[in-house]
Write a protein that binds this ligand. Structure first.
Ligand SMILES: Nc1ncnc2c1ncn2[C@@H]1O[C@@H]2COP(=O)(O)O[C@H]2[C@H]1O
Ligand SMILES: [Zn+2]
Length: 828
């Protein structure tokens, strides 16, 4: 793990995904600038003012902040805690860090999206404020806690570890089936710290920061719940906790994050209920995948055999209550009492719903004119269904995962379908065709299969911010003595009046100091119309030929960018915004574009970079060539396959920049070329399979060449690779089996919020769920001869890291632009 300074190094989470731009909720109001400014300006500020209160509603902040709740909250907290001042952090880099993290969440996940990250971060913030904890904390611990919280599910694919193991996902292999997702979240976080440039500003603390973030994120593995709970209980029983000791403090921070992560059942009902629906939506989505893959359907993911109420009562009883009881024992505060009260009342409501469902099922089965039973809530709370899920449904031992691992895919049978029958449905009514989950849009009501069910509707949850106002604001612990006045009249004066400046301007004004707000503003919002400020998420086109062209173009561009950066890093520092901007590594261009949600304006950064005087003439020539390549690529690629290419981005200036999620620049290597690696020489033609941007970090070379296996400890991929693997969608399960082509396409292109409709576009690659293995036959045709390259995470020379591309995981490889691959290849 690289904890030493790495000049010019950037990083990004290991997998990338298409991120649909969030629609501003207020677009329709754009005609009335005055109203718009008033509404949002006031609301963002009001919510941030009260973000230390348990009534915080992340959904509301998401709405009023135009879909940017994560960076808005986090930058605000960094400012509020005095972290910007203490560590002398550049607010633009900090903004970028949180924007990268926000982008790393899949907003197509019903639950594991950036709003969950916002919610958990706010909960963590509340816990950090608790008297028993706050007085012991150092600035670095506060910073690690906030970053750990906000990034704890970064790049979550929307399926759990069990699924990744069952489908032989590369991440499961990489992390040896242990805390697979959490390890990935942590590594991705480090990538964001690097790429944003924040790591560079924290050099003296980097090691400590990374390790603490790792410990925090890894603790959120729900499968380790018992381990932490037992230790926590023991400490409390024996009274041995002493927060002046670093390890005890860090243990409590781990517990804090664990509690924050599953705190949704302890929120006020409207909020808690909404989270419950979302998490179950995601579970059922996974269940649908499992069913289609003919894997055993995880019980809590099986919409046919369980219900939201059942899942909730089980989760409340077996997971949340045991932990929060201890948490309350430790904190023993107003907050913990409030949380326990809410947990209790929410539990009763779910138990009442579960009982009502039971009654309804019984009623349906009997299908006679039995009188309707009107259960009171109190009565319901006494009734717990015998079908309540057990703790094992939530916390699965690893052995279970292994036993359910897919060996081969059996054809679904009538018997297996009947086996899934709900007991309340007569046998002869059991549909043999697989049910379709109805996916909903964020703003649409969810429709369950049983409309009579109490959870047949999802509440919009958009009017809950008023709850916040019932609570009082708290003061900063680090900045309270510094005389900082947040949201001063001066800040107000500087707020933009134009609706076009809606975001992030009002949010910035609310969340940071006046100076930081204007600095951010000057970077994020220029004065020229811009063609493309949206994220450049283009993925390599599926055709190998086009892909190769694409990759060589990105290689060249990355060279230009890094060269310029090196030149500039030697120039004297300046405080002008323009020059400060130029300090940001150039290879961050595509990512910084996402900093501005205001698509109608040119970023100064982009302007500055586009007219960079340091760009050599040869680089310009290369850019011209790249323009050509990109244009050709655009022509060659079927528009239906370029979901991630915004047509507006086809201007040459944009195409000439490296794309954030571009492949990791492994050019096609001819058979006669040797590939020099840090660990020795790697011989072609095995290298025809090139790493994708989301490649995991460990290097394991696995060759499928006439059945000869060069590396034995890698799971062989038991199905023939085919072109469809290029076309994998990010959140699709990994290593999907070789279904029939239509089924496969169907599965790969499924989308959450379709409201029952299927998307027409197909063959989109998105982020992490899928295989990161790229298989290309040596002659660019499809064949069985495939190579798998995984990059090892061992230490590698800094010189190599310095050349690393932005989208690489930190500890990976560098590809020489001449076609030479530098990589620490091991165990070949
Ligand atoms: N309300 C809930 N009901 C059921 N499961 C939940 C609920 N909230 C959180 N979880 C689960 O608890 C897990 C905690 O870690 P994750 O956020 O990764 O994923 C979370 C979900 O799988
Ligand atoms: Zn989480």
């Amino acid at each position: 793990m690289g904890c030493t300074p790495i000049p010019g190094c950037s990083g990004r989470f290991l997998t990338m995904h298409k991120r649909r731009r969030k629609k501003l909720q207020t677009r329709a109001l754009i005609q009335d600038h005055g109203i718009l400014d008033d509404i949002h300006h006031g609301q963002v500020q009001r919510i941030l003012d009260n973000c230390g209160l348990w009534g915080f509603n992340a959904f509301t902040l998401e709405t009023v902040a135009g879909g940017r709740s994560l960076p808005v909250l986090c930058v605000h907290l960094f400012y509020w805690y005095g972290l910007l001042d203490h560590f002398k952090l550049d607010v633009v880099r900090v903004w970028k860090l949180f924007t990268l993290i926000e982008e790393g969440y899949h907003n197509t996940n019903p639950y594991h999206n950036s709003i969950h990250a916002t919610d958990v971060t706010q909960a963590m913030h509340c816990f950090l404020q608790e008297e028993k904890i706050r007085r012991f904390l150092s600035p670095i611990e506060i910073m690690a806690s906030l970053i750990g919280a906000v990034a704890h599910d970064l790049d979550h694919p929307g399926v759990n570890q069990h699924f990744l193991i069952s489908t032989s996902n590369h991440l499961a292999t990489l992390y040896e089936n242990s805390s697979v997702l959490e390890n990935h979240h942590w590594r991705s976080t480090v990538g964001c710290l690097l790429e944003s440039g924040v790591a560079e500003q924290l050099l003296p603390y980097r090691n400590e920061l990374e390790l603490l973030i790792r410990d925090l994120i890894l603790a959120t593995d729900i499968n380790r719940q018992q381990e932490f709970l037992t230790k926590f209980k023991k400490h409390l029983d024996e009274g041995t906790l002493d927060l002046s000791k670093t390890d005890h403090r860090h243990f409590i921070l781990q517990i804090s994050l664990k509690c924050a992560d599953i705190s949704n059942p302890t929120r006020p009902w409207d909020i808690s209920h909404k989270w419950s629906l979302k998490v179950c939506d995601e579970f059922f989505r996974q269940g649908e995948f499992e069913r289609k893959l003919n894997l055993p359907v995880t019980s809590i993911c099986d919409q046919q055999s369980t219900s939201i109420a059942k899942i909730q009562t089980g989760f409340f009883k077996f997971v949340v209550t045991p932990l929060f009881m201890e948490w309350h024992r430790f904190l023993d505060s107003n907050l913990s009492t409030n949380m326990m009260d809410l947990l209790e009342s929410n539990r009763k409501r779910w138990e009442a719903k579960e009982a009502a469902e039971q009654a309804e099922e019984t009623h349906t089965e009997l299908s006679d004119a039995e009188p309707e039973i009107d259960f009171s809530e109190e009565e319901m709370s006494k009734t717990t269904s015998p079908e309540t899920l057990s703790v094992a449904e939530f916390v699965k031992p690893t052995s279970d995962f292994r036993s359910s691992r897919r060996q081969s895919l059996a054809v679904p049978t009538v018997e297996s379908a009947i086996g899934l029958r709900r007991h309340s449905v007569p046998v002869n009514m059991e549909p043999l065709s697989l049910p379709r989950t109805i996916y909903r849009r964020e703003s649409l009501p969810i429709r369950r299969h049983s409309p009579a069910r109490s959870e047949s509707r999802i509440s919009s949850g958009l009017c809950e911010e008023d709850e916040l106002m019932r609570f009082e604001s708290r003061s900063s612990i680090l900045s309270s003595g510094s005389g900082k006045q947040h949201f001063s009249a001066e800040d107000n004066m500087e707020r933009p009046l134009s609706a076009e400046n809606l975001l992030p301007e009002p949010s910035i004004a609310s969340m940071t100091s006046c100076a930081a707000a204007s600095r951010l503003s000057s970077v994020l919002q220029g004065h020229q119309p811009v063609k493309a400020l949206t994220r450049q998420q283009t993925f390599p086109p599926p055709q190998p030929y086009i892909r190769m062209r694409y990759m060589s173009a990105t290689v060249e561009m990355s060279t230009c960018a890094e060269t310029v950066h090196e030149d500039e890093s030697r120039s004297s520092s300046s405080h002008s915004s323009h020059e400060n901007i130029s300090k940001i590594p150039q290879y961050t261009i595509p990512s910084i574009a996402v900093l501005s949600p205001n698509n109608g304006r040119q970023s100064e950064l982009l302007e500055a970079l586009a007219t960079k005087p340091a760009m050599s003439s040869s680089n310009k020539r290369e850019q011209e060539e790249n323009k050509e390549k990109c244009c050709k690529m655009a022509k060659l690629t079927d528009s239906g396959q370029k979901e991630n290419v915004d047509p507006r981005r086809m201007s040459s200036i944009i195409l000439s920049k490296r794309r954030g999620s571009a492949p990791v620049t492994l050019p096609f290597i001819r058979g006669e070329e040797s590939i020099i690696s840090a660990g020795g020489v790697m011989r072609p033609p095995d290298i025809n399979a090139l790493r994708r941007g989301s490649m995991p970090a460990d290097v394991i070379k696995y060759k499928y060449d006439d059945g000869h296996q060069e590396k034995s400890n890698v799971q062989p991929v038991d199905q023939p690779y085919n072109l469809w693997q290029y076309q994998r969608r990010g959140s699709a399960p990994t290593d999907l089996p070789p279904l029939g082509s239509s089924e496969r396409r169907d599965l790969l292109t499924r989308h959450t919020s379709l409201n029952g409709k299927r998307r027409k576009k197909q063959l989109r690659r998105r982020s992490s769920g899928g295989s990161e293995t790229i298989c290309v036959s040596a002659d660019h045709t499809l064949s069985e001869s495939c190579t798998r390259l995984l990059i090892h995470r061992n230490d590698i020379p800094e010189t190599l890291l310095a050349r690393r591309r932005g989208s690489l995981p930190i500890e990976v490889l560098t590809v020489g632009h001449s076609g030479i691959l530098f990589a620490p290849i091991i165990q070949i």
